[in-house]
Design a binder for this molecule. Structure first.
Ligand SMILES: CC(C)(COP(=O)(O)OP(=O)(O)OC[C@H]1O[C@@H](n2cnc3c(N)ncnc32)[C@H](O)[C@@H]1OP(=O)(O)O)[C@@H](O)C(=O)NCCC(=O)NCCS
Length: 172
């Protein structure tokens, strides 16, 4: 979707139709964000752009009435988990400098300016688009920790002055 300062009914449709260079609709994922079964937003994602190890977020947008109460952060976290199912090392996106909330939101989600910028020449608005990037550090999966009551017959012990004593008795 282009920021050009002019509301355009075709913009919503273009989310489903636009593809970056050298991509097919196999790369493209248009995702509905639901909160308690209510549709609250949309994500446009391209897996494998600009190269096979990168995912590109074209758009993450929440219905205005659901903004500013933590849903954006939760939606982003769900999106990052979704992206992890593909063999992806980093995620990129472009933010218009006219989008003040976007410029604050993405760094908060761990994104850093990547250095590349381009000019977006809209009908009414001209803006700079900043490319931001986040490296996906692999999750480390541990076996789940299990806590269970200690069986009375297994008394924790400690050695005090060479004698075996009851750990709890020595504390209380
Ligand atoms: C950007 C967007 C997805 C963020 O979702 P959100 O639910 O409004 O944001 P959250 O409430 O989850 O806030 C997460 C962080 O973003 C920043 N943020 C969000 N709204 C903000 C605001 N109005 N002013 C300043 N910072 C804001 C804050 O750093 C916040 O963290 P904090 O609450 O710990 O300070 C949402 O506002 C939106 O859809 N905007 C319109 C579309 C858009 O600009 N998308 C991004 C470009 S693709």
């Amino acid at each position: 979707m282009k920021i050009d300062g002019v509301p355009d009914a075709g913009s919503a449709k273009s989310v489903f139709e636009e593809l970056p260079p050298n991509c097919t609709f196999e790369n493209k994922h248009v995702l509905l964000i639901e909160e308690a079964s209510i549709p609250v937003g949309v994500i446009d994602l391209v897996i494998g752009y600009p190269n096979s190890k990168v995912a590109f977020i074209g758009l993450l947008v929440l219905d205005e009435k659901y903004q500013g109460r933590g849903l954006g952060k939760r939606s982003y976290e769900a999106l990052e988990d979704y992206i992890r199912q593909f063999s992806i090392d980093s995620i990129q996106l472009g933010v218009n400098d006219t989008n003040e909330i976007g410029m604050l939101f993405w760094p908060k989600m761990g994104y850093k300016l990547q250095g590349r910028t381009r000019i977006n020449q809209g009908i009414k608005v001209t803006s700079n688009v900043y490319v931001m990037e986040k490296n996906l550090i692999p999750h480390v999966f541990h076996a789940p920790m299990i806590l269970r009551p200690i069986d009375e017959s297994i008394q924790p012990v400690e050695v005090v002055d060479g004698k075996v004593g009851n750990h709890f008795r020595s504390i209380y």
